[in-house]
Design a protein around this ligand. Structure first.
Ligand code: SF4
Length: 508
């Protein structure tokens, strides 16, 4: 009979969460390396190169792959013969203590993103607890744990449907994936759960994402059952949608499609679909009573040999002298390197600004957006000599409802984020002759290297959601919506879907 000690359990959880914050799973990163070599779309190839370079830098620097260090999901399979030696803590308490320890580790502090009272005050719990924990009681005398740190951008794009038994699951997936936009930071993985009940289908989808990326093996050996046939069909057809890396249009949107199924009621076909992003993070380990989990660092020589460098054709932009007349000359898809001052702000800061204006008040002292850009980011706190921790873009679409207010009332001339903008924001950008630029989601450590100084200038109490002033040097971005309102997230996928030519391009 194995005895699992409290400290072994907690330290294993903490070490594993630290590990996955900076080490991508090798199977994902190698599949992405293959996608890089296959990619024919220059914009998508550049984005993949940034993600791969960022991944290696994170592994070497032992700092987070992405500024969103995720919500912790734990799958705990407890052997029925296991004995626990604890000091009054339950297993969930021990998981959460591991999370607390991992996210406050001073050598690699991780971003706390969890809000209690989610439909009310939304207070940050400050230590990223609690985790979402799933248990299974199984035969044996071991405890098997799978941990994931799931990014909000990809989790937000989860979908669920109960189809009729005779409906086509493939049609539903192909209709639904384009509605997910690029906020889930592709190229990634789709986890699909089929059957059971509503909650079971979603759980199957999440569990499927914990499996290894092995599409290349399936492509080589061919399918041996219905689920494998479906995986292959969806892999090919989802990629034929042409969405591509970061939604810029390209050959690879998913590196794998994982499916789990379960018997279901005769009356329906529940389907859950959850994407995993460029910051795919999960790990599996077993405790057998012999001590904490031993996590061996991966061999960095196994990382794809890709070293992203800014394009020599990129336009260099001085943010300190830029005017509206300059930004109207920028072309959709153009690569820029930004230098100078920009301000940051994301969901909570926009809401606070909207509330100030609604009360007839102005911006907080020291905040002036005139002829400035706002960067949608919630950075990780710095450690050691860092100016700022990993600081990649957050999903711009969430700021759409504030865009007209910001462009109309603050003198702002542009925004930087990730993923597409909706019709309302695009119309506002066109009307104000502004511009929207995108940075690569999942390249947060690389982007942070462009930040030369960072200081909080308003809303300090909101932590990572405060308004910062960044001084950047050669920060790489792409023009995603130009001053005419042309969006590369519309033109890119339509072009590549047409080029791939397996699914008809639907106008509009
Ligand atoms: S890669 Fe994108 S979706 Fe994933 S955690 Fe980072 S910002 Fe969020």
């Amino acid at each position: 009979m194995a005895t699992i000690k409290q400290e072994d359990f907690i330290s294993s959880i903490a070490d594993a969460l630290q590990y996955i914050s900076y080490y991508h799973p090798l199977d994902y990163i190698q599949a992405l390396g293959e996608a890089y070599h296959r990619e024919a779309s220059p914009a998508a190839r550049d984005a993949i190169a940034q993600i791969l370079t960022n991944s290696r830098m994170s592994a070497e620097g032992r700092r987070p792959i992405c500024q969103d260090t995720g919500i912790v999901v734990a799958f705990v399979r407890v052997g029925m013969e296991v004995r626990w030696e604890t000091k009054g803590l339950g297993v969930s308490d021990m998981v959460n203590e591991g999370v607390r320890r991992a996210y406050s580790n001073p050598d690699n502090i991780l971003r706390a993103s969890i809000m209690e009272d989610p439909a009310g005050t939304r207070r940050n719990t400050r230590d990223n607890t609690p985790a979402v924990i799933h248990y299974e009681i199984v035969p044996g005398d071991k405890v098997e744990i799978t941990l994931a740190a799931k990014g909000g951008g990809s989790e937000n794009k989860s979908k669920f449907v109960i189809l009729n038994p005779s409906d086509s699951l493939v049609d539903w997936v192909l209709k639904t994936v384009p509605t997910m936009g690029a906020g889930w930071c592709p190229p990634g993985i789709l986890g699909i759960g089929i059957g059971g009940t509503a909650e079971k289908a979603m759980l199957l989808a999440k569990e499927a994402l914990m499996e290894p990326v092995n599409m290349h093996e399936l492509l080589a050996k061919g399918p041996h059952n219905r689920v494998e046939e479906l995986r292959l069909e969806l892999y090919e057809k989802v990629n034929a949608l042409g969405i591509g890396a970061q939604g810029l249009g390209g050959l690879t949107t998913v590196v794998d499609v994982k499916i789990r199924d379960y018997p279901t009621h005769a009356a329906g076909l529940p389907v859950g679909m959850i994407p995993n992003c460029a910051a795919t993070r999960h790990i599996h380990f077993t405790l057998d009573g012999s001590g904490p989990a031993v996590l061996v660092p991966p061999d960095l020589d196994a990382w794809p040999k890709v070293d992203w460098q800014p394009s020599p054709d990129a336009r260099r932009v001085n943010l300190d002298t830029i005017t509206r007349e300059d930004v109207v000359t920028w072309k959709p898809g153009e690569a820029l390197l930004l230098s100078g001052k920009l301000l940051t702000g994301r969901d909570a800061a926009h809401k606070r600004i909207a509330d100030l204006f609604a009360r007839g008040e102005g911006l907080p002292p020291g905040v002036d957006f005139t002829n400035r850009f706002i960067y949608y980011v919630g950075p990780v706190d710095p450690v050691r000599d860092e100016v700022v921790g990993p600081a990649g873009p957050t999903t711009a679409t969430r700021m759409d409802k504030f865009t007209d207010m910001m462009l109309d009332k603050t003198g702002l001339i542009g925004m930087i984020g990730k993923a597409e903008r909706g019709p309302q924001a695009i119309e506002s950008i066109r009307k104000h002759k502004a511009v929207y630029l995108m940075a690569v989601g999942g390249a947060a450590y690389l982007v942070a290297k462009a930040v030369r100084s960072a200081k909080v200038i308003a809303f300090e109490e909101m932590g990572m959601e405060a308004i910062y002033e960044f001084v950047v040097q050669d920060m790489p971005v792409t023009v995603a919506v130009d001053a005419e309102g042309t969006s590369v997230h519309e033109t890119g996928p339509a072009e590549w879907r047409g080029r791939i030519g397996k699914i008809p391009v639907v106008a509009g």
